[in-house]
Write a protein that binds this ligand. Structure first.
Ligand SMILES: [Fe+2]
Ligand SMILES: [Fe+2]
Length: 190
């Protein structure tokens, strides 16, 4: 895949700010990929496309969820959760990328899930810690990402759950599954 072409392609679908975020996620993901022995190219492609469906009309995203293999329970949750799964479908249709690992990293970048691959963890963490982000607790995650990818991802899922609960938002099950699975990996237990 040509990186320049891919960036030019996604730029059409993104705001200026979101495009800048996308490039920073890709750069961050490449660093993490090298550090944790994940394919740099796959981390870069997944990052470039991770948000590219964020601004699709809600009706279009809804239709894609309804008419493809995507789980229908997504429709019961906030539409902010739709753009990852939808992008994992559209990237194949619109850009010919059919690699399941890349598609999964895009699919789960917002929620995480149980048994995440290293590539999924890299994109999940990179999206959260890219240098343009700034909110309380972020430096702790950035520091951890230099030492331990699993623990950094665990912090991301913990922080996300805490944030959503503070706002009295509902939480998609995969977010809990990610947290539980990462907690088990770190602390053991059933
Ligand atoms: Fe996203
Ligand atoms: Fe993002």
């Amino acid at each position: 895949m040509n990186k320049k072409d891919a960036l030019a392609f996604v730029e059409n679908y993104l705001t200026k700010e979101r495009f800048e975020h996308t490039k920073r996620v890709a750069e961050t993901a490449v660093v993490l990929a090298n550090q944790y022995h994940v394919s740099e190219e796959n981390a870069e492609i997944a990052s470039i496309f991770h948000d590219y469906c964020k601004y699709r009309p809600l009706e279009e995203m809804k239709r894609i969820i309804q008419t493809t293999y995507l789980p229908k329970d997504l429709l019961l949750y906030h539409h902010e959760l739709w753009h990852g799964p939808v992008a994992s479908v559209k990237i194949e249709e619109e850009y010919g990328i059919a690699d399941d690992e890349i598609k999964s990293a895009i699919y789960y970048h917002t929620t995480g899930r149980a048994n995440m691959s290293d590539l999924e963890l890299v994109v999940f963490v990179a999206d959260y810690i890219e240098p343009g982000r700034n909110f309380p607790g972020l430096d702790e995650v950035r520091e951890m990402a230099k030492k331990d990818l699993i623990r950094a991802a665990w912090m991301v899922s913990r922080n996300t759950i805490q944030y959503l609960m503070q706002k009295n938002n509902r939480i998609y099950p995969d977010t809990f599954y990610a947290y539980n699975d990462l907690t088990r990996l770190i602390h053991g237990g059933n």
